[in-house]
Design a protein around this ligand. Structure first.
Ligand SMILES: Nc1ncnc2c1ncn2[C@@H]1O[C@H](COP(=O)(O)OP(=O)(O)OP(=O)(O)O)[C@@H](O)[C@H]1O
Ligand SMILES: [Mg+2]
Length: 381
């Protein structure tokens, strides 16, 4: 580079030396040796001063800024040094600011890209899920219009099938609506004091006929605590329990068993639903809570699931400042569990609740699994 620190220092040195010598030469009685010495001294001191200040204060900092920009181009955000934030040099501070700003913007861009992909996938999933029941109902109704209506043997069968498809469509739209309201934070939980044991008992009774069809034994565990008062939205927790128990029946083996247990903890009540079904392998465990995610698409779909149930469960429990934990082992079974806060005590005073909500412990701690011999893969959402 022609205009580098050395050239600038040299030019300035020459001009300062030249001016000094010219000024001295105007005075009488100054020998050429003195003029030469004055020139050399002023030139060298000016050169050194300008050169070092340029080189160390400006050029090296600018080079560092260039190197940083190169790294930014390559999206390398690892060199950000916290100490530079409080550095004395304004260049270092500027570098730090540019760098942290760029890394923040890059994170935002990555997030937006992820969201765009998520939206595309979601749209594709929704249209796919809606297509199936609509096509089925459309097919049955058109067949009836095209003449099958006169055939008494198929008339009611086709009408029932069309109605079933439309019922499925209605459920799907309801689920999607609930999910979107929950994600937007519009859906508020109507918390009240209720007995979780009684709610679970009602749901078990209503699902017993479904379990009977697969000869599945659905019951409470013997240690279950019947005095299980909680402070939560009863209808929403009912939805959570229904989906967890329905899943255990739907994906469990014929002739298996599903066990619901309720445990009384110091500030919370813990509930778990355990089955001895096929289990869920670790690579699927953290994805089953995504919308429309099914472990085996064809098998789950044949069982009538749209893959929204666990996404709703996760949101409902999050709205209760709780989370759903899953622990599973392939070919052995699965346990889903969650905890709910206890209500205030009888005198209307708050129970000695901890100031910070206690996050749920991993399933394997609070809920030993007699059926799972090896340590299960578990995940908490
Ligand atoms: N107890 C279980 N045992 C084995 N696999 C399970 C169990 N519970 C859930 N899964 C798997 O997780 C997937 C997601 O479950 P989810 O409840 O979200 O959807 P679904 O049951 O397919 O449909 P929906 O609940 O909306 O009717 C299921 O499709 C199934 O593959
Ligand atoms: Mg389900």
């Amino acid at each position: 580079m022609l205009f580098n620190a050395r050239v600038v220092a040299f030019l300035l040195g020459v001009s300062v030396g030249g001016i000094t010598t010219a000024f001295l030469s105007l005075l009488s009685g100054i020998s050429p040796l003195v003029l030469f010495t004055a020139f050399t001294l002023s030139f060298s001191s000016c050169f050194l001063l300008v050169y070092f200040s340029f080189e160390y204060l400006i050029v090296s900092e600018l080079n560092e800024a260039y190197a940083m920009l190169e790294k930014l181009k390559k999206k390398d955000f690892k060199i950000l040094k916290r100490s530079d934030k409080h550095a004395l040099s304004p260049f270092k501070k500027l570098n730090y600011e540019i760098y942290s700003y760029a890394s923040k913007k890059q994170k935002e861009i990555d997030q937006l890209k992820k969201l765009a992909l998520y939206r595309r996938e979601f749209l594709a999933d929704v249209s796919h899920e809606l297509k199936t029941p609509i096509f089925a109902a459309q097919g049955f109704l058109h067949t009836l219009i095209d003449g099958a209506i006169d055939d008494e043997t198929v008339r009611y069968k086709f009408l029932h099938k069309a109605a079933n498809s439309l019922d499925g469509l209605h459920r799907l739209v309801e689920d999607l609506f609930t999910l979107s309201k929950m994600e937007a934070g519009i859906l508020k939980m109507n918390r009240a004091r209720f007995n979780l044991y009684e709610l679970a008992q009602e749901i078990i009774e209503s699902l017993n006929p479904t379990a009977d069809k697969k000869e599945i034994r659905l019951a409470f565990s013997p240690e279950t605590c019947p005095d299980a008062w909680v402070w939560a939205d009863q209808a929403r927790i009912g939805q959570v329990l229904t989906n967890l128990i329905e899943n255990a029946i739907k994906y469990g083996h014929n002739g298996g068993k599903v066990c619901v247990s309720i445990e009384d903890l110091p500030y919370q009540v813990a509930l778990s639903v355990e089955d001895d079904g096929p289990g869920i392998s670790p690579e699927h465990l953290d994805r089953i809570f995504e919308r429309f995610y099914r472990v085996e698409k064809s098998r789950s779909k044949a069982k009538g699931g749209s893959g929204l149930g666990l996404a709703i469960v996760k949101h409902i429990l999050e709205a209760h400042q709780s989370k759903v934990l899953v622990s599973s082992q392939v070919a052995q079974g699965t346990i889903f569990s969650f905890k709910l806060e206890k209500p205030q005590d009888q005198n209307g005073e708050a129970d000695a609740l901890p100031t910070v909500f206690q996050p749920s412990l991993p399933v394997s701690h609070g809920h030993p699994s007699p059926n799972l011999s090896k340590p299960p893969a578990s995940i908490g959402l």
